[in-house]
Write a protein that binds this ligand. Structure first.
Ligand SMILES: Nc1ncnc2c1ncn2[C@@H]1O[C@H](COP(=O)(O)OP(=O)(O)OP(=O)(O)O)[C@@H](O)[C@H]1O
Ligand SMILES: [Mg+2]
Length: 221
């Protein structure tokens, strides 16, 4: 379970303060599949970053499985992120000097597994997203949609309990987008993975059980 209580997020730069999220109260239960929608700049990515423990709220608190996250040390947080949370970033965040296979392997490097088991799982994840024939390419040698699929393989390879996906189909044509959504739906149904997915596409949101709507950093459900 992910719970946000009275969460505000303020970004401060030298000249301006942006209230990216204001008074967010929400709970995502284990095994839920939730969509997040809202206009550009409404705080969707910010919300996902907070849920993924990549950033901390300015006020309010975040609880994971009933425990308040703030109380945890950096090492424990890093371990929790690595083992429990898969994150598909809006801008992919692939490592340009590494091959596709090595990019996907990153989350598994901290696991107690043999190298050949790691490779097998990476190849399986890449085959799932239709990239089995591109494993030795570098990200710069791939199309935008292919890079997005590498990012998806990297997020699911460690079988995380929670998958946070920031417009995972934003760069894909409708058929490929549909296939990716099916993969995510299967993870949710068969393995009980909790999924929070940002999307601009109402047809994608319709396939989830619930939609969280943001406007100017506020929840408008
Ligand atoms: N690192 C940052 N520093 C300063 N302001 C930021 C930062 N990140 C986001 N913001 C601001 O916070 C607000 C929310 O941004 P966010 O990225 O969460 O929007 P979004 O809903 O994901 O938009 P999009 O659909 O365009 O991806 C925006 O006004 C943005 O300019
Ligand atoms: Mg965004």
């Amino acid at each position: 379970m992910i719970m946000l209580e009275n969460v505000d997020k303020v970004y401060r730069t030298a000249r301006i303060e942006t209230l990216a999220l204001a008074n967010i109260n929400l709970t995502v239960e284990d095994g839920e599949f939730v969509a997040v929608m809202g206009p550009s700049g409404s705080g969707k990515s910010t919300l996902l970053h907070l849920m993924g423990l990549l950033d901390a709220p300015s006020t309010g608190s975040i609880h994971l499985s009933g425990k308040e996250v703030r109380a945890w040390g950096d090492r424990r947080l890093a371990r929790l992120r690595n083992e429990s949370i898969g994150f598909i970033f809006q801008s992919f965040h692939l490592v340009p000097d590494l091959t596709v296979l090595d990019n996907v392997e990153i989350p598994l490097l901290y696991r107690k597994m043999t190298g050949s088991d790691r490779r097998k799982r990476c190849i399986r994840a890449l085959e799932q997203v239709g990239l089995g024939s591109r494993i030795h390419h570098r990200p710069g040698q791939l199309s935008g949609g292919q890079q997005q699929r590498v990012a998806i393989a990297r997020a699911i390879v460690g079988e995380p309990r929670i998958l946070l996906a920031d417009e995972p189909t934003g760069n894909l044509d409708s058929q490929m987008g549909d296939e990716i959504l099916q993969i995510i739906e299967e993870l949710n149904k068969q393995q009980g993975t909790t999924v929070v997915m940002v999307t601009h596409d109402p047809r994608m949101a319709e396939r989830t059980a619930r939609t969280i709507r943001l406007f100017d950093g506020r929840q408008v459900n």
